[in-house]
Design a protein around this ligand. Structure first.
Ligand code: NAP
Length: 263
């Protein structure tokens, strides 16, 4: 049996075990996916190797330290500076970022996206901005505070804080803040948000499983919208392919989606 896990702090709420174990059952793969609380990110790599974990996901707040400690970082993760997937290759840690391509997969059904505005400038916003710019989509980033904007400037994104925002036209608006996760807040002032939604066609919230105030406003403004479920699902599907070497078909993706809904 091969062992897999998700590392984070906290990790108790994670749906990844249900999602991956449902995938393993679907393809009759002899694996088990667990969750592991790691308080100090420096302990993550040792745990992964000493416990002979075959593959793992990494969530908040350890994605950046996991990037630094990996033996080899692959693909788009090099540009993001954060990883969410570890693979054990003969005792060496290979690290990947599937959040970025997972996000692109999640917005595939939104047609003709040429430019997007990301509200928020945290870790998730970084992965999304790199994914979008690599897909030749122009990116604007709007964040509450100024101090996280440097990364995005270096990516050639247009950046604003709330103080200096000038609204243009956007095909897609993305809420990558945690506003609405445990509160009823909008990710910007209501006035600013209405301005943005007025000139946008599509909206996606990274928060999943609830109708956030942001999504509610997107709906009222007639945008096509979705929550973060597909984003979570597809980063998982892409990690699953790395774990098992099996290319996901529709049935497998559906099994993993159902797994996400298990309690
Ligand atoms: N669906 C998925 O698969 C998935 C994956 C990852 C994350 N997420 C979700 O994405 C969100 C962001 O995660 P993260 O890891 O990027 O977090 P993070 O690194 O902590 O960044 C949080 C961002 O949200 C902003 N923010 C927080 N509270 C706000 C408020 N009340 N109003 C306006 N801005 C606010 C922060 O702005 P300041 O810089 O001003 O503090 C910062 O830009 C979370 O809700 C998380 O659950 C979803």
């Amino acid at each position: 049996m091969k062992n897999f896990t998700i590392y984070g702090n906290p990790v108790i709420h994670s749906k990844s075990p249900q999602m991956h174990n449902a995938g393993f059952r679907q393809i009759h793969f002899n694996g088990n996916y667990d969750k592991t609380l790691i308080e100090d990110g420096k302990d993550l790599k040792n745990h992964f190797l000493n416990e002979h974990i075959s593959g793992a996901n990494i969530t908040v707040p350890h994605k950046e330290i996991a990037f630094k400690e990996a033996d080899k970082v692959k693909g788009i993760a090099k540009k993001i500076g954060a990883v969410n997937t570890y693979i054990n290759k003969d005792g060496k840690v290979f690290a990947y970022n599937t959040d970025a391509p997972g996000f692109l997969k999640a917005i595939e059904e939104f047609e003709g996206i040429k430019n997007a505005i990301i509200i928020g400038a945290g870790g998730t916003a970084k992965a999304i901005a790199v994914a979008l710019t690599q897909a030749d989509i122009e990116v604007t980033v709007l964040n509450r505070s100024k101090n996280k904007l440097e990364f995005f400037k270096n990516l050639d994104c247009t950046v604003y804080s709330w103080d200096d925002f000038i609204c243009e036209d956007y095909d897609l608006v993305i809420n990558s803040t945690s506003a609405g996760l445990k509160d009823d807040e909008y990710p910007t002032s209501l006035e600013m948000l209405e301005d943005i939604l007025n000139v946008s066609n599509y909206a996606i919230d990274c928060i999943y499983g609830k109708m956030t105030p942001f999504l509610q406003k997107a709906k009222e403004n007639g945008l096509t919208f979705k929550d973060g479920e597909d984003m979570l699902l597809y980063q998982g599907v892409l990690a699953f392919e790395l774990f098992t070497g099996v290319e996901a078909d529709k049935e497998l993706v559906e099994a993993m989606r159902q797994g996400l809904k298990e309690s």
